[in-house]
Design a protein around this ligand. Structure first.
Ligand SMILES: [Zn+2]
Ligand SMILES: [Zn+2]
Length: 236
């Protein structure tokens, strides 16, 4: 089988993301075994296959937040300088503070041209270290939600959060906030948690996904994912 055919045989296309169904790398991205026998990130392969180029220092970032997605339109190229530097300034403690738009909780928020909204610290982490594996969140060591210094950011789970808190002997505030706002601050989110509950209730009572999509002004596929608990899965 030709290399490309081998690749696409492992991809399940939905209206939204194109999901890699083969093995995964540690980062959470798909792993595709190229002709040389070496594993390459599946999303990178798909991006190059689409005729786009990846210059030397640029990072390929998933705007959809799904490291297994290989849809080229869901990725963009970024470098720390071109995306973040113009909108941040050094602050106390080595923090680099986001100076522009912020969420109610103080997290930096930006819109990458042609793409969706994204949390600034999450983008900073991805630019420095690559994708955020599914189920992990980007947390602040410095407890400063506006900080986008990659050295102050780390990947965590709830378990890490507790261990880290013991080690530091205090409440890791940023992590708690991050856990609390997980859904509503997800950079693509335009819905609130109560919207999500309403959508599920209305869908159950027979309202079509198309009508709900128009009512809440989101894609129909997003409604379907919400109803099937592929999106907002942490809301029961
Ligand atoms: Zn995607
Ligand atoms: Zn900091």
């Amino acid at each position: 089988m030709a290399t490309q055919d081998r690749f696409w045989a492992k991809v399940r296309k939905t209206d939204d993301c194109w999901i890699w169904t083969g093995a995964a790398l540690k980062s959470g991205s798909g792993a595709f075994r190229g002709d040389g026998g070496r594993n390459i990130p599946a999303h990178r392969y798909a991006y190059l296959l689409s005729g786009r180029a990846i210059p030397g220092k640029a990072r390929l970032i998933h705007e959809c937040g799904n490291p297994l997605c290989v849809r080229p339109e869901h990725m963009f190229l970024g470098t720390p300088t071109n995306v973040l530097a113009r909108s941040s300034a050094p602050g106390p403690g080595g923090c680099i503070n986001w100076c522009e738009r912020k969420t109610a909780n103080g997290y930096g928020l930006l819109t990458v041209p042609g793409h969706k909204q994204i949390l600034a610290h999450r983008l900073a982490f991805m630019l420095a270290h690559g994708d955020v594996p599914a189920g992990k969140c980007v947390l602040h060591k410095c407890d400063n939600p506006a900080c986008v210094n990659p050295d102050h950011l780390f990947l965590g789970t709830k378990g890490d959060n507790n261990a880290d808190r013991h080690a530091k002997g205090r409440t890791a505030r940023g992590e708690k906030i991050a856990a609390k706002v997980r859904g509503e601050l997800n950079y693509a989110a335009r819905l609130t948690e109560s919207d999500v509950r309403d959508i599920r209730r209305l869908a159950e009572s027979g309202l079509s996904h198309g009508r709900l999509a128009r009512r809440y002004r989101v894609d129909q596929s997003h409604i379907t994912n919400i109803v099937n608990r592929k999106a907002w899965a942490h809301i029961p």
